[in-house]
Design a protein around this ligand. Structure first.
Ligand SMILES: NC(=O)C1=CN([C@@H]2O[C@H](COP(=O)(O)OP(=O)(O)OC[C@H]3O[C@@H](n4cnc5c(N)ncnc54)[C@H](OP(=O)(O)O)[C@@H]3O)[C@@H](O)[C@H]2O)C=CC1
Ligand SMILES: CC[C@](O)(C(C)=O)C(=O)O
Ligand SMILES: [Mg+2]
Ligand SMILES: [Mg+2]
Length: 349
């Protein structure tokens, strides 16, 4: 499929112009999953970067060790032309309130996810551009892919375009963090926010873990060993997903046995049935009508009682204890640890 066959424009490196960031300073507020990746990738792409972190922030040491200049969020925003707001969604409204006065006419406020704009938690001042560059990946892979000379697919969107250059500058940013090497799809804040929330809740994070835990429990309750259950429903899932990632569902079906193919094709829909589809539709509706956003905002205002309880329950699931033991025992876990150590060393250079 060529790019002009997509329903939305797709941009690559050659469609971007680094000049839109050449004389600009970018403030990256936050040095977590996305922040550390954006800041280091921008810096290595030749962009002038300053990291914004609160006084006493636990992330300050890491950013400084990575060779980056660190200021408070307010000071960083004051000297920057582009402010990339990469602190958790729930604290962004507070951080925006701290930096709003530092944003001058023609500056850019940039997001990696549209939650606060879409649900009205941040109402950006006029006179500035408001854009989004959203890698479709966890931040650590954005960094790892960049270091390997590879790209991470991303999205670009413009909410407010006061300068007339908002999209071009966002594309230059997407290129500098490595997304344009893979491809950047144009979207809107609404579409990114609603699809991202639905994806992580129903399939990627919520759906996948629920499937794994339930599969594990069914096997163990039926008398099979926890080790067997772990390998079958968790460890091998990565290998199956890798095949889908490389070549779609077809490559996975071609690679597994005919027996697995027939069993999967006849039994998959029994597990994820019409009821599951209706449940997914309800999850989507709660994203679209703002019910989920409201619940998450109130949960944070109450200091996360439900989140903490569920977090604890998840960490204490039997599959976690079995997995920890097995990953220590088997060689693939050592390799994983080594490459993790290497990554940390590279980040610290
Ligand atoms: N995680 C991901 O891979 C993805 C995230 N996104 C989006 O990117 C954005 C950032 O998410 P993510 O990278 O997960 O964020 P993180 O949770 O990793 O951000 C942590 C960073 O934010 C700082 N921080 C936390 N609280 C505050 C505060 N109150 N004031 C100032 N700084 C604070 C932390 O500093 P300290 O050490 O001081 O606490 C730390 O540096 C979000 O909009 C998210 O939706 C988009 C795509 C994927
Ligand atoms: C899948 C979760 C995610 O949306 C992401 C890594 O893209 C997030 O919010 O972290
Ligand atoms: Mg996402
Ligand atoms: Mg998300």
């Amino acid at each position: 499929m060529s790019d002009d066959e997509f329903t939305q424009p797709v941009y690559h490196e050659e469609d971007t112009n680094p000049e839109y960031l050449a004389d600009e300073t970018v403030a990256v507020l936050g040095y977590g999953s996305q922040g550390h990746a954006h800041a280091q990738n921008l810096n290595e792409s030749g962009v002038d970067v300053v990291v914004g972190l609160r006084e006493g922030s636990a992330s300050r040491a890491a950013a400084t060790e990575d060779g980056l200049r660190v200021e408070t969020p307010t000071d960083a925003a004051a000297e920057a032309d582009v402010v990339s707001i990469l602190v958790p969604d729930t604290v962004q409204p507070d951080v925006y309130a701290q930096i709003e006065d530092e944003l001058e006419e023609g500056d850019t406020l940039q997001f990696a996810h549209g939650f606060n704009i879409h649900y009205g938690q941040i109402e950006p001042k006029s006179g500035i551009d408001v854009t989004m560059v959203a890698p479709k990946s966890p931040g650590h892979l954005v960094r790892r892919n960049y270091e390997a000379g590879e790209g991470t697919p991303g999205l670009v969107a413009v909410y407010q375009d006061e300068t007339g250059d908002a999209k071009e500058q966002a594309l230059a940013y997407a290129n500098a963090i490595g997304c344009a090497r893979a491809g950047v799809i144009q979207t809107t804040f609404k579409e990114e926010t609603e699809t991202d929330l639905f994806g992580e809740q129903a399939v990627l994070c919520g759906g996948a873990t629920a499937l794994v835990k339930t599969g594990y429990e069914v096997l163990v309750d039926a008398g099979y060993s926890p080790e067997m259950a772990y390998f079958e429903v968790l460890n091998e899932l990565k290998l199956i997903v890798d095949l889908m990632y490389e070549g779609g569902l077809a490559e996975m079906w071609d690679s597994v046995s005919d027996t697995a193919e027939f069993g999967g094709l006849t039994r998959g829909d029994v597990v994820v049935d019409e009821q599951a589809r209706e449940n997914m539709e309800e999850v989507l509706e709660q994203v679209q009508n703002g019910e989920f956003a409201q619940e998450w905002i109130l949960e944070n205002q109450a200091n996360r009682p439900k989140y903490n309880q569920l977090y604890e329950r998840e960490r204490n699931h039997d599959i976690e204890e079995v997995g920890e033991r097995l990953r220590e025992l088997f060689e693939w876990a050592d390799e994983e640890t080594e490459s993790e150590d290497e990554r940390v060393e590279v980040n610290a250079e």
